[in-house]
Ligand binder design. Structure first.
Ligand code: CA
Length: 327
């Protein structure tokens, strides 16, 4: 069960409803047991899962944007991507307010991307909003599957005055269970994927519940280069798994295409070479080039498509903590 799935009725609660009788039972919303497709709908986890612009922030527990005067249509929004299934009925609800009140600045829509010409699964709803939070509810039934629809609370017309839009307790109930996130952690035989230096230490980790040592083999292509037995190392608290270690530091063979196998798993291929770290200087320079400050960029770098003037993240002033510390 995913973290944002609403709790199912417990057996006790179901029994209680049945005991009260059919009148209350028919009053249950049809989607009471359906999953909520919105994550972090109450903004308890900041703006995680949401896109908010311009100037998004959580204010008093709500997800908010501050929209300056004169913003054009669609130039400000609080949005989240949701999966939709054809033929499913979805119930969207949200607490919404604006400060000050707005007549027509905000629309609420669930729509496709450009590939379906911005099809509106929930046709754009335009509601006068006030600083008093109001609960908005709509249902809609998409006619096609759409994996990444956009729910948007969105600027609709150019606004003459600045305003703040806030939403909270956003819920989109219906459809399939959201798929739990299962990270791809690769083979259970974990090696340094960059490789190992010929004269350096060569250690690897095997994720396994085996309580006794298991055999390992180091191959280059099909040829077995070395073999040995793992050392059980118990529970690795940082990774949350039981592990064994492998030490093949004595191997002096060099080249590409080595793999380490143990406990029925084979690692990603890796190299044993003296020049593994040669690209590090270029990597470092490339990283710092785009993070430079105060120097013009140049089109001679393949990373830069336009000459830009040197810029500062912010001008150094006496007001900065650093300069205060120096005075
Ligand atoms: Ca909240």
């Amino acid at each position: 069960m995913s973290a944002h799935r609403p709790p199912r009725f417990t057996a006790v609660a179901v029994a209680a409803v049945l005991a009260i009788g059919a009148v209350l039972a028919t009053g249950l919303p049809a989607a009471a047991d359906a999953p909520d497709q919105i994550s972090n709908g109450g903004f308890d986890d900041g703006l995680t899962g949401w896109t908010a612009y311009p100037a998004g922030a959580v204010v008093a527990g709500r997800g908010c944007i501050d929209v300056p005067a004169g913003n054009g249509p669609y130039s400000a929004a609080i949005t989240q991507t949701v999966p939709l299934q054809a033929g499913e009925t979805y119930a969207l609800s949200a607490d919404v307010l604006t400060e000050p009140a707005t007549e027509a600045n905000v629309r609420v829509v669930v729509q496709s991307g450009a590939d379906l010409n911005y099809t509106q699964f929930l046709p754009a709803q335009k509601v006068p909003l006030t600083p008093d939070e109001q609960r908005l509810r709509w249902t809609f039934t998409p006619e096609v599957d759409y994996a990444a629809a956009e729910l948007a609370f969105q600027q609709d017309i150019t606004n003459p005055a600045p305003y703040r839009l806030c939403v909270d307790e956003v819920s989109l109930v219906g459809g399939a269970d959201p798929e739990g996130y299962e990270p791809d952690t690769g083979p259970r035989v974990r090696v340094n994927q960059l490789g190992y230096l010929p004269a350096g230490p060569k250690r690897a980790t095997v994720v396994t519940d085996a309580t006794a040592a298991v055999p390992w083999q180091l191959r280059q292509g099909e040829a077995v280069v070395a073999r040995g037995r793992t050392v059980p190392a118990g529970f690795d608290a940082s990774a949350g798994v039981d592990v064994h270690t492998v030490d093949f530091s004595r191997v002096r063979a060099t080249g590409e295409g080595f793999t380490l196998s143990a406990d029925g798993e084979t690692s990603y291929p890796f190299a044993i070479e003296t020049d593994l770290y040669e690209p590090l200087r270029v990597d470092a320079k490339t990283f710092f080039y785009t993070n430079r400050s105060g120097t013009r960029s140049s089109t001679t770098s393949p990373l830069v498509t336009a000459v830009r003037p040197g810029t500062w993240v912010s001008p150094p002033t006496r007001a900065t903590p650093l300069s205060r510390a120096r005075t």
